[in-house]
Design a protein around this ligand. Sequence first.
Ligand SMILES: Nc1ncnc2c1ncn2[C@@H]1O[C@H](COP(=O)(O)OP(=O)(O)OP(=O)(O)O)[C@@H](O)[C@H]1O
Ligand SMILES: [Mg+2]
Length: 365
Amino acid sequence: MAAIDTAIRAAAAAIALKGVSKAYDAHSVVIPPLDAELRAGEFTVVLGPSGCGKSTLLQMIAGLERVSGGAILIGGREVQDLEPKLRGCAMVFQNYALYPHMSVFDNIAYSLKVAGMPKGERIARVGAVARMLGLDELLGRKPAQLSGGQRQRVAIGRAIVREPGVLLFDEPLSNLDAQLRHDMRIELADLHRRIGATTVFVTHDQVEAMTLADRILILNKGRIEQFDTPRAIYHRPASVFVAKFIGAPPMNVLPVTGDGMTLRLADGQAVAQHADSGQFLLGIRPEDVTASAKGPLQAQLRYREDLGSHSVLAVDLAGSTLRIATPFGAELEISAKLALDFSPTRLHLFDAGTGQAIANAFGPH
Ligand SMILES: Nc1ncnc2c1ncn2[C@@H]1O[C@H](COP(=O)(O)OP(=O)(O)OP(=O)(O)O)[C@@H](O)[C@H]1O
Ligand SMILES: [Mg+2]
């Protein structure tokens, strides 16, 4: 990008959510009081199922929805009662609206013009953003003459052109095809490295979450299930919900019973050693199961998906379906008997009642 005018560029600011809650009416609490600290310059991805409150949370930070309770601090300043334009955030909406009567150039340049940036500088800055977003050929068009994906890129350009201290994105890449999505993801990561705005990015896409985030905030019915680095979320999920939400195919979760020494599957096969007795859920990722000629667990192949680089096998194990990701297996016959093995260091254990992870259930790892 062209040289950055530091006079207009805002410093990244930490965002603190202190007991922030939202109820649209007395009967439906969308977000119960929620606490989170987003560090200055951090890239947070908010992930969760449809309707869990992601857009609501983002709009409360931006000031487009009022909070029902609690405080929002941006750069240490309470902003929950401030107008959106006084909060220093730029936002790309899920349903972004461009100025229909303005050209793409003017849409992107608008905030620079309002801020009084000289024309030459404006042209340079918009040109650099347009090149980055692949919009250089389209600067003279009106929004109605653009495809959905092109409009989405203009909306991103409009938000990033001022290089704000806080950038809020609500599924900004959802209308793009796979190739463009991939390219934009790399551009956004690069943009973040260069301008370092505190970024909150809502997505349904796990790959976006894993690759863009410094930390991922996983939301379930308005509550934080886990807020941690992608690695920690993947390798040490705090709950069954997180374990099943991240990973494709998701983690296998099997009911097991402990007798104080051994954990057993529903059909009595022993799977691991654990000192507590009771009902548990045992988690194992598809890539952490090995299927071989010899192994302690007996299973039967139900179906197989060949994906080129690897296969995903679905097997019956003790009345549950278990998925296995393996580079081998393309030659296996359906109904074949398989012997499975789990490495104890790759197992996860959850409380069957609460779904919460039991730390160090199989020793520290
Ligand atoms: N204006 C409103 N009035 C009443 N309920 C609302 C309003 N806006 C959103 N909701 C409800 O609040 C909940 C959270 O909505 P929100 O848009 O934040 O979800 P989301 O996580 O962004 O979902 P999606 O992934 O589908 O975009 C939903 O149950 C929704 O129906
Ligand atoms: Mg939403």
